[in-house]
Design a protein around this ligand. Structure first.
Ligand code: MN
Ligand code: MN
Length: 288
């Protein structure tokens, strides 16, 4: 396996473990994201996407905003989702922390059992529906639901989400995996119905069509994005030093140059846990 993947995985793993120590009552979630992103840089990587700190019924895609006022409270169920890239080689990992509480311990155990059961069936030739079945079967005895419309994915060079889709239940998909293929497995568990819906705008953007635009400031912003992140996701917090950044982001989104992700809350208001690891099929877990 190439060295950059191994290093990328190690950094993601260390940054995740560091992030867990930051989830204490009174911590501002924007500080948690800043500190984890700084740690990734110190370890020699770059964030592959903005650190997500999604609380309670929010399953994913909550990237703290500039001056985000949210502070962790005792009992919060925190999903930390982060990634590293080394020259575009992406690894993606996530963990759930419950702030000074054990109320959702079973739901945390269920998602841990699910990700481990999935990892255990991964080998060259496995069908992706078999991974989904392993996840579903591991969660079932705990009495919770997997979130069915969120899934794992391939990771590529300069791509966080690529083929194949790794389902969180047995969806019948017969796609098989091959040795050396890199995939992220990310079960979500909920005491709700088991579906996410599109939420509010997340402030997470990605460049989708770097076409010529009229405004000089917007052209400069496109150049900055291409230089720093290419097509990887970035957040409003990362461009706050640019004058009129929110105006320019809105303009570029309207022009179709940028797309903005939505936050992903559980549809029925269920609490959510998540774990995620990136693997190289037949070669091991990169983010242990
Ligand atoms: Mn992730
Ligand atoms: Mn992922």
């Amino acid at each position: 396996m190439e060295q950059p993947w191994i290093l990328s995985g190690k950094i993601s793993s260390q940054a995740r473990e560091y992030g867990k120590t930051l989830c204490v009552p009174g911590a501002k979630i924007v500080d948690i994201a800043d500190k984890i992103e700084k740690k990734i840089l110190e370890l020699g990587g770059k964030p592959a996407f903005p650190v997500d700190v999604s609380l309670n019924t929010m399953a994913a895609h909550y990237a703290p905003f500039v001056d985000d006022p949210i502070v962790l409270q005792k009992g919060d169920l925190v999903k930390l989702d982060l990634g590293t890239h080394i020259d575009g080689y992406v690894t993606d990992t996530a963990v759930t922390i419950e702030v000074e509480s054990e109320k959702y311990k079973k739901m945390r155990e269920a998602v841990h059992a699910a990700v481990e059961a999935a990892i255990a069936v991964v080998k060259p030739g496995v069908k992706v529906c078999q991974i989904g079945a392993a996840i579903e079967n591991a969660i079932e005895p705990y009495g919770y639901n997997p979130i069915r419309n969120l899934c794992g994915h391939g990771v590529g060079a300069w791509e966080v989400h690529t083929k194949p889709t790794i389902p969180n239940y047995d969806n019948g998909d017969q796609t098989t995996l091959t040795k050396g293929q890199r995939i992220a497995i990310e079960p979500f568990v909920t005491d709700g119905e088991g579906f996410i819906k599109d939420g509010k705008p997340s402030g997470i953007y990605a460049l989708v069509n770097p076409k010529p635009v009229r405004l000089d400031g917007a052209r400069k912003m496109i150049q900055h994005i291409l230089k720093e992140w290419k097509t990887l996701p970035f957040t409003v917090r990362w461009v706050k030093h640019i004058p009129n950044y929110q105006f320019l982001l809105n303009y570029l989104e309207k022009e179709g140059v940028l797309m903005q992700y939505g936050q992903l809350p559980e549809r029925s208001g269920g609490m959510v846990t998540q774990e995620e690891h990136t693997l190289s099929v037949g070669e091991g877990v990169l983010t242990r």
